[in-house]
Design a binder for this molecule. Structure first.
Ligand SMILES: Nc1ncnc2c1ncn2[C@@H]1O[C@H](COP(=O)(O)OP(=O)(O)OP(=O)(O)O)[C@@H](O)[C@H]1O
Length: 703
């Protein structure tokens, strides 16, 4: 993927209410700027540098001292962009601007972008495929033919080759292999093989023989689909799914009729355990925890305790399997309490040494094992990039990347990760109304060249289940498009042909980073990822390196340069001239035009301003939830909130932001963090009866 050569990404689309944009008269600039400056420092946790107190300085305290000159492309000093000069183009040409209208000073007073001293580390890699055919396994011929004809697969992946024989022997297992390496079939095939071979034929009314737990509803549907296909020749075995967002009543009815392979999200299953009489676990022979480390997060951990206790109470003899692409301390703890004399299967081990996987012990959460816990395998065909962008320029940089991929490259399918539902909604609506044209007339805030080729979708835990399922299906089957989402899409989802993963908000752990980027470059395909960091967050690259994760840098300028390929971002000055060579100044002007379009949209109604403020608050709350070990990189005090507000299209930082930032409210998103400090507590919670879990399906995917 030519990420560094100036060719970049794509765009989102969707419905949503269309606020009207008008070129309203605005208060005099000087008065507003004075007020804005005052507010800025009320809203920011930093005081303005003394020297600049009378101007609109945006430099964060730490970074400011060195430079007064705005950062320029290629190191050349440039004049500050005059807002008046390009303001006509800024609104897309259909809103003539009046002199004196305030536009963004995007390139002024930004913190310097630090040089990335990127340590080059040797990434851990695994071999995806083997040359062994499924025929080599002792499977029912109909099962083999289903794998060959329905799934169109002939040879096993490494994890399948290692896991399937072990599981068919009846052993418990902890399975780790990289994202997109075929773990789902690695457990589904043995489950189906063993259940179809049972001497007394399974009856529907017997209830569940296999229980498969997954962290999200989409993953439940995906796993259900796989199981259902594998069961084609074995029609007497009935699969079923229980997940939040579905009608409990109809789920109860299905449970009453009988489900033999039950796939569930933890919250909803707990709900049924507590309220549905017909549910029992007398027959359970398999307990599978897919994405085991995610299942442990926050509320799920309690739910798992309830589920394990309920299953243990009715059946002791069964096979237990834990799977994840990342082996965290939490998983080893869960393995401890749920697996019996397990085999540890790691494809990584096979690639590095040929030791017998069966003899391998599960790594303890000890310093000696920290290397194994801390380094993650990354698909060899995945190229990872990072770009460092000052807060004020984040929004235009993201939009530039989307435009490059989707407008100027073919067949691009992007997933963009945000840290909360509100952030997804805000960017989704913003891009829909500005970058995407409707079927007929342009939306008031849209660019005249807004594209119908762009397709935006969103996925997060606050959406109705019906919409979530529809979006998941649509994006799965689509060849192109941009999915804006939270971490609800980070785990396990197998969305074909995704070309780019963008992390607009940095993940809270290296494991989450791995799972997010793992939505591309699956099963040997090629893919790329881009992490967008603020200058104060640049050290995160070292943190990734300490987990053997290598990223290459893309310069922000290269991302923004796509705007010079698109004449709808032309400022008035360039509009009247013949084609000229493209320089840094023009890139700045065009970025400013784009930012102005965003600001115009955001300020077009009270509703949109309030939406932007809500999103900004949500960003701040999410920012306060980074775990302690990352706090020195992601600390709200390192951000200039006035600048951050710009990335929400707000011309001024709302009041009380710093108060909000220090309040450290409980965010409604879930940040995974299993700390050893809580380990003992967790174990005792499990050992106790743990019937006090009151979390129902509200836990499922509320992020
Ligand atoms: N033997 C195989 N040959 C070809 N394709 C396969 C094979 N096994 C699995 N796949 C395909 O590989 C893709 C990824 O599989 P799967 O979703 O099971 O990966 P995973 O390891 O569970 O990933 P994650 O860790 O992200 O959950 C799926 O599209 C699946 O159909």
């Amino acid at each position: 993927m030519a990420a560094a050569d100036g060719v970049l990404p794509h765009v989102p689309e969707s419905r949503a209410a269309v606020p009207t944009t008008s070129s309203r008269p605005r208060p005099a600039q000087s008065r507003r700027q004075a007020a804005a400056t005052k507010r800025k420092y009320q809203g920011s946790s930093e005081a303005p540098p003394a020297k600049r107190r009378s101007e609109t300085s945006f430099l964060p305290a730490k970074k400011t001292a060195a430079k007064e000159t705005p950062r320029t492309f290629k190191g050349k000093a440039q004049k500050t962009f005059s807002l008046k000069r390009s303001s006509a183009g800024a609104s897309g040409g259909n809103q003539e601007r009046k002199p004196g209208i305030r536009t963004s000073s995007l390139f002024k007073n930004n913190p310097e972008i630090p040089e990335l001293h990127r340590p080059v580390v040797k990434q851990v890699q695994e071999k995806v495929f083997t040359s062994d055919a499924f025929q080599a396994l002792d499977l029912h011929p109909h099962l083999i033919s289903t794998i060959n004809t329905v799934f169109k697969m002939s040879s096993m992946t490494s994890v399948q080759k290692q896991s399937i024989p072990v599981l068919l022997e009846g052993r418990d297992a902890l399975v780790r292999s990289q994202t997109g390496s075929g773990k789902t079939l690695a457990y589904c095939i043995p489950v189906v093989q063993s259940l179809q071979a049972m001497k007394s034929k399974i009856q529907r009314g017997d209830g569940p023989y296999a229980l498969i737990l997954v962290p999200t509803r989409e993953l439940a549907l995906q796993s259900f689909d796989t199981v259902q296909k594998l069961l084609k020749p074995f029609t007497w075995i009935v699969p079923g799914v229980l997940m939040g967002g579905e009608k409990r009543k109809s789920e109860k009815a299905r449970l009453r009729k009988g489900i033999n392979i039950l796939i569930a999200t933890p919250g909803r299953l707990v709900d049924h355990i507590k309220s549905t009489k017909n549910i029992h676990f007398r027959q359970i022979q398999w307990l599978i925890l897919d994405e085991a480390d995610r299942i442990l997060d926050l509320g799920f951990e309690k739910d798992i305790t309830v589920i394990l206790n309920a299953v243990n109470a009715e059946c002791q003899e069964r096979q237990n399997v834990l799977l994840s692409a990342t082996l965290t301390e939490g998983v080893t703890w869960l393995a401890d309490i749920s697996l019996h004399d397990p085999v540890s299967i790691s494809v990584l081990d096979e690639s590095h040494d040929q030791s017998n996987p069966k003899s391998k012990a599960i790594p303890e959460a000890s310093p000696q094992a920290s290397d194994e816990l801390d380094s993650f395998a990354i698909p060899a065909s995945l190229e990872q990039y990072v770009t460092v962008v000052p807060s004020k320029l984040r929004l235009v940089s993201l939009a530039g990347f989307i435009l490059q991929k989707c407008k100027f490259e073919r067949d691009q399918k992007l997933i963009i990760f945000f840290s909360s539902c509100e952030l997804v909604d805000f960017h989704y609506n913003l891009f829909l109304q500005t970058l995407l044209s409707g079927s007929g007339a342009l939306a008031p805030g849209a660019l005249p060249c807004a594209s119908t080729r762009l397709k935006f979708l969103r996925l997060h835990g606050d959406l109705e289940q019906e919409e979530r399922t529809a979006v998941f299906q649509e994006f799965s089957h689509s060849k192109t498009g941009v999915l804006l989402c939270t971490d609800v899409a980070a785990r396990g989802l197998d969305l074909p042909q995704v070309t780019w993963i963008v992390q607009y908000n940095a993940p809270s752990s290296p494991a989450e980073y791995i799972h997010r980027i793992g939505r591309t470059a699956r099963i040997g395909c090629h893919g790329s990822s881009l992490l967008i960091l603020a200058p104060s967050e640049a050290e995160y690259v070292n943190s990734l390196a300490s987990h053997k994760i290598n990223v290459s840098e893309i310069k922000m300028e290269d991302i923004l340069s796509v705007l010079t390929r698109d004449d709808c971002f032309k400022g008035r000055r360039w509009g009247s001239q013949k084609r000229r060579s493209v320089g840094p100044q023009e890139i700045r002007e065009r970025a400013t035009v784009l930012q102005t379009v965003f600001e115009d949209y955001v300020h077009s109604s009270e509703r949109t301003v309030s939406g932007a403020k809500k999103a900004l608050q949500s960003f701040i709350r999410a920012y306060a939830t980074y775990p302690r070990e990352l706090k020195h990189i992601f600390h709200i005090r390192s951000l200039h909130l006035g600048h951050v507000a710009k990335s929400f299209g707000l011309r001024d930082a709302p009041k009380n932001l710093s108060a909000l930032a220090t309040k450290k409210k409980k965010a409604n998103l879930k940040r995974a963090s299993f700390s050893s400090a809580t380990k003992g507590k967790r174990k005792s919670t499990f050992l106790a009866t743990s019937q006090e879990s009151e979390l129902g399906d509200a836990c499922d995917c509320a992020f």
